[in-house]
Design a protein around this ligand. Structure first.
Ligand SMILES: [Zn+2]
Length: 277
């Protein structure tokens, strides 16, 4: 599933292609999506409106249009976008097409159909949709720190990694980067959150920031066929130190330990028994 770095990559690619354009028409094509779409409602809300901004919040994209209208977009497992001349053949799993005033088509394509395309109204221009009100701080911004994690983890018996995946604690971290951050911080992902000392939380917060920032630089990770708007794969895969590497020697301690896989809160987690305490 695309996490913060992948969604940020998509956001940066879409912003210059969509910003300032006017939506001429909207078409919805048959096929599943997590929330059903109503073509006349999309048309009524968006046609004739100008796209003012494309932003990311957690794993969501917010496309703001004039009149405080916005699209709230989530890529689910396999969702992606394409911006191309409208005359180009439509992709097999295209779900929505916005025709723009420059003859380009902006398409949302989603083979598995777990993504979301929702209309919403913003409380004020530039504000966040109320649908995202429950999200925690952005990990790459100032509101996130070891103190935030320590406060959220105090007295909790849940696994450290489950805490990192809780979008109300920190927004945008998913399964891949949670495992990687625990490894870099030297913290076992299965440890009960309430047992960690403040120093460990500080290391974990720093590791979350570092791993996400590096992945953004690399254009994300190509797990689950992630592709950016131009169809390019992300380049962070080679930097994954534990994710998907069960049975391989640890990159830090070498032959002393192999990477273990275990399931935490229903998700695969990877760690080194030697390097992570
Ligand atoms: Zn190790």
């Amino acid at each position: 599933m695309p996490e913060l770095p992948e969604v940020e990559t998509v956001c940066r690619a879409l912003a210059p292609r969509l910003g300032g354009r006017r939506v001429v028409a909207v078409h919805v094509f048959p096929g599943p999506l997590r929330t059903p779409l109503h073509e006349p409602a999309l048309q009524a809300a968006l046609a004739g409106r100008q796209i003012l901004a494309v932003r990311r919040r957690a794993k969501y994209l917010v496309v703001e249009l004039t009149g405080r209208h916005a699209l709230l977009l989530h890529l689910g497992m396999t969702g992606h976008f394409r911006v191309c001349p409208k005359t180009e053949p439509r992709e097999k799993h295209a779900r929505v097409e916005w025709t723009l005033d420059n003859g380009q088509a902006w398409r949302y394509i989603d083979p598995r159909g777990f993504g979301q395309v929702r209309l919403c109204r913003l409380p004020a221009p530039g504000a966040e949709p109320s649908e995202l009100a429950g999200l925690g701080p952005e990990p790459l911004e100032d509101g996130f720190s070891g103190a935030v994690l320590a406060a959220a983890g105090r007295g909790r018996r849940c696994a450290v990694k489950a805490l990192l995946l809780d979008q109300a604690v920190v927004a945008g971290v998913g399964n891949i980067y949670a495992s990687e951050a625990c490894f870099r911080a030297g913290v076992r992902p299965q440890r009960p959150a309430g047992d960690l000392k403040r120093r460990a939380w500080d290391k974990l917060a720093a590791a979350v920031r570092a791993v996400l920032a590096e992945a953004v630089q690399c254009g994300g990770t190509t797990i689950s066929d992630f592709r950016d708007v131009d169809g390019n794969a992300g380049r962070f895969d080679v930097n994954l130190q534990v994710y998907g590497r069960d049975g391989e020697p640890c990159v830090t301690c070498g032959a002393r330990a192999k990477i273990h896989r275990l399931v935490i809160a229903g998700r695969s987690s990877f760690y080194c028994q030697h390097c992570q305490k």
